[in-house]
Design a protein around this ligand. Structure first.
Ligand code: GFB
Length: 318
């Protein structure tokens, strides 16, 4: 296979670094643009960089991301940053004559009460979950940008929708993280401090679908090679677990034997978001990392990097 030059936009994030590992393993050349060189919210900077570098394809993993609290607290950044990054990259890719691009969305694009498992066709059929509608609207705009440049200019731009992700290079800052890394950190710190109780946000009842980021990276690269349709495509693990069940699984993996306390003053978010991934499964991709293996892998990564991680608000044990 010929060696391709691929720009991974957002190469330092959890998804971008997994994509970089996956492409480099295949022998592709990965182009990287550091934030200090190109602020992706700056239209001119993106346009100039893309015209100078002209990759064969773009894997679009750059985004302002965060868990339920961050989404609900910083709606302006979640909608503005993401819209700006998307319009800049997708329009500039077209202007630089880059004909292949894979945009990454999120399962929160679907209506809060979409029929489960959620098919791609459920997009724009009902109201969104309020805690993350700003991010969801921006991600829907990204899908529509890809479709617009495909429809009008014949660009081979596609969109892949992952479910909730976790893994290497996750964010363990409790105010901005997603649930899985937050629980790893909370249980670990409680274990070390001899804490008896760990607080889990919400009722514990919501159901979520978790995919290891290395499985997602293989799925995205698989779509780059094998998928070229107007319709976006789901990429999920195919099974779901309640937040209470997840908390018990993470506690076991970390070795915390104390009590779980559910803080119902914190939001649950959407009750359930299991995607129907039959499209990508039929094409030939499938997940390979079980939740138990993935959590063990994430915990090892956390232990190896604990000292270097940004933990802005101090330790989690009261
Ligand atoms: O992972 P998470 O923040 O994102 O939360 P969402 C999932 C569930 O876990 C919610 C509960 O019901 C939380 O209340 N939870 C329990 C916790 N304990 C914790 C904790 O310590 N930290 C966090 N963060 N949650 C995000 C969206 O939704 O998922 C984004 O806001 C995006 O837009 C992303 O789609 C994948 O699944 O609720």
């Amino acid at each position: 296979m010929t060696r391709r030059r691929i720009w991974v936009a957002g190469h330092k994030g959890m998804v971008g670094s997994a994509l970089t590992r996956c492409l480099e393993k295949r022998g592709d050349e990965v182009l990287k643009a550091d934030r200090s060189v190109v602020d992706l919210r700056n239209q001119i900077a993106v346009e100039v960089w893309l015209k100078q570098n002209r990759p064969d394809a773009i894997l679009f993993a750059a985004a302002k991301v965060g868990g339920i609290y961050a989404n609900d607290t910083f709606p302006a950044e979640f909608i503005y940053d993401n819209l700006a990054i998307e319009t800049n990259i997708i329009h500039s890719a077209h202007a630089a004559d880059v004909n292949r691009l894979v945009f990454l969305g999120s399962s929160c694009i679907y209506p809060k009460f979409a029929p489960q498992p959620i098919k791609e066709e459920s997009l724009l059929t009902g109201p969104l979950e309020p805690t993350n509608e700003w991010y969801a609207i921006a991600k829907i705009a990204g899908i529509k940008l890809c479709q617009a440049y495909r429809k009008q200019y014949g660009r081979r731009y596609i969109s892949v929708m992952p479910c909730n992700l976790y893994g290497t290079h996750d964010n363990f800052d409790l105010t901005t993280s997603h649930v899985l890394p937050a629980l790893i950190r909370k249980f670990h710190e409680a274990k070390i401090a001899g804490g008896k109780r760990v607080v889990v946000w919400g009722t514990g009842a919501p159901l979520r679908e978790f995919l290891h980021v290395d499985d997602l990276a293989r799925g995205v690269v698989f779509c780059l090679d094998n998928y070229d349709e107007y319709q976006h495509i789901n990429c999920g693990a195919g099974s779901e677990i309640s937040i209470a069940g997840l908390a018990r699984t993470v506690a076991r993996a970390v070795g915390f034997n104390g009590e779980l306390v559910f803080d119902t003053t914190k939001p649950d978010g959407t009750p359930r978001k299991l995607m129907d991934s039959s499209r990508i499964l039929e094409l030939g991709w499938k997940p390979e990392i079980s939740l138990e293996e993935g959590i063990a892998d994430s915990y090892r990564w956390f232990l190896a990097h604990e000292e270097d991680l940004p933990m802005r608000y101090g330790k989690s044990v009261a």
